[in-house]
Design a protein around this ligand. Structure first.
Ligand SMILES: *Cc1c(COP(=O)(O)O)cnc(C)c1O
Length: 461
């Protein structure tokens, strides 16, 4: 299988090339030319453990470039760091099912992909002898999950940009208290979108990218999306054991459209998902495009679900590519308008097609807090991102929705205690973290300054 750019101006890539390259050289996102069809294999896949299911799902995407045994070992190693034997357990409450994705080392769903990506990078570099410098931007959780995915790994350095003061104190400490030599934290003036733009600028500076062997861990990296497909299948199978006659509806708290795009792919691969509820906070660009057809960038608001405080939703381009019938020229025209006018429109037919799959919802801070409080009374404590998805499910006409729980409530204890009047239980992993020594550098939004930080670090090695 080859990976092609949504903008159509780069040569197709192999799986390994796609992993290392991250963003396509024409500024587009890499997507598999076609997706495998699992619809006739569902019965067989139901029986598998999480790890064995992951292996079956990855195999066609990896397309023989890694042998099966190597891939199996990488998967098993990646999920050993999780503290639940089912990796992503499904819990049933009275009204919704909750898919807990936060049992990894940084207590957010991004560990699921980034533990694997870290091990995969190490393996691929080990066999090629070259080094890799990972550059990423984070609204909080990607940063810590990526840092924990590659800390101490040979041949890899990581430079992680976060918007200064706009990630939660625990999120910040989860990044900055990792003191390994190969980890550099950079706090920039500005928002997550500014950080993401700097990273894209570095990647689009092809000379710089090649000279510095830049690699990506943001969900522009195909592997992030691929690894997230697994839990849609896994959860659907567990759900169907108890609710054999209910349609499959997932609710996904959404920011960069990576997580929900994995659900879209699971559906395309033959998992009978009826609807994907696309839940946003007040940063509602995806809600607006799915209701009006207009994708228009506005100000970013700081909310109590900061990992979703995003206006430019990178992975949406991957879905758009399908929506326009894989017409790369059309994507280039849309992205050109986005760059020059900060907006573009999809046709009413395209809007209908998108609405067939996605049900958009926009959830306010009040609704989020009320949802946390309500479930807490019933005995389940959830984080504010999860609550956005749960509120969206409750507001919809669907019952028995599978809601993705994307972070542990202790990561966002301010919002949780505001809603419930009690501090959430602190898991062992976070105990004492606020007092640990940390390392971080400050920078403006100037790409030149970021380049200087990178160069200084690399020349000191
Ligand atoms: C990253 C993140 C999200 C949003 O996921 P996307 O793939 O960016 O849509 C939601 N919740 C939490 C806790 C996150 O860390």
């Amino acid at each position: 299988m080859k990976y092609v750019s949504t903008r159509g101006l780069s040569e197709p890539r192999s799986f390994k090339e796609a992993v290392i390259e991250g963003l396509a050289r024409d500024g587009g996102l890499l997507v598999p030319e076609n997706v495998p069809d699992f619809s006739s294999r569902l019965e067989e896949l139901k029986e598998l453990s999480y790890q064995d299911l992951a292996l079956q799902i990855f195999l066609p995407f990896v397309n023989g470039e890694l042998d099966e045994n190597t891939l199996k070992q990488l998967i098993n190693k990646s999920y050993q760091s999780f503290n639940h034997k089912e990796i992503t357990p499904l819990r049933f409450t009275n009204s919704v099912a909750i898919l807990e994705l936060f049992h990894g080392p940084t207590l957010a769903f991004k560990d699921i992909a980034l533990q694997f990506l870290g091990n995969l990078f190490e393996y691929l570099l080990g066999s090629s002898g070259t080094g890799l410098n990972i550059i990423g931007a984070t609204s909080g959780d990607t940063g810590s999950a990526a840092i924990h995915g590659v800390r101490g790994k040979k041949g890899i350095s990581i430079f992680m940009l976060h918007p200064k003061g706009k990630v939660s104190p625990i999120q910040e400490k989860q990044m900055t208290t990792v003191l390994d030599e190969n980890v550099v934290n950079i706090a920039i003036e500005g928002t997550f979108d500014d950080a993401q733009r700097i990273v894209k600028d570095l990647f689009n500076d092809l000379e710089y990218k090649d000279q510095h062997s830049l690699g990506a861990v943001n969900s522009i990296n195909w592997v992030r999306v691929m690894a997230q497909i697994v839990y849609y299948f896994y959860a659907a199978f567990r759900f169907q054991e108890y609710n054999p006659d209910q349609p499959l509806v997932f609710s996904v708290p959404t920011g960069n459209f990576g997580d929900i795009f994995a659900g879209y792919l699971a559906r395309k691969m033959g998992l009978p998902i009826e609807k994907l509820i696309l839940a946003t906070n007040e940063n509602d660009i995806l809600y607006r495009v799915m209701t009006t057809g207009q994708y228009k960038i506005q100000q970013v608001h700081s909310t109590i679900s900061p990992s979703m405080d995003i206006q430019i939703s990178s992975n949406f381009e991957r879905f758009l590519y399908d929506l326009v019938g894989k017409d790369a020229e059309e994507i280039r025209s849309m992205m050109g308008k986005l760059a020059s006018k900060k907006e573009f429109k999809i046709s009413s037919q395209q809007l209908d097609d998108a609405r067939n799959i996605f049900h958009p919802a926009r959830i306010s801070a009040e609704q989020t807090l009320a949802t946390i409080a309500k479930y807490h009374k019933e005995g389940y404590t959830m984080d504010p991102h999860t609550a956005v998805g749960v509120a969206a499910a409750e507001q919809s006409s669907y019952s028995h929705v599978i809601c993705l729980a994307t972070a542990h409530p202790a990561k966002f204890s301010d919002a949780v205690s505001k809603a419930t009047g009690e501090e959430p239980d602190i898991p062992e992993l976070l105990e004492g973290i606020l007092k640990k020594p940390s390392q971080c550098q400050a920078s403006s939004q100037d790409v030149k300054e970021i380049k200087e930080i990178i160069d200084r670090k690399l020349s000191s090695q």
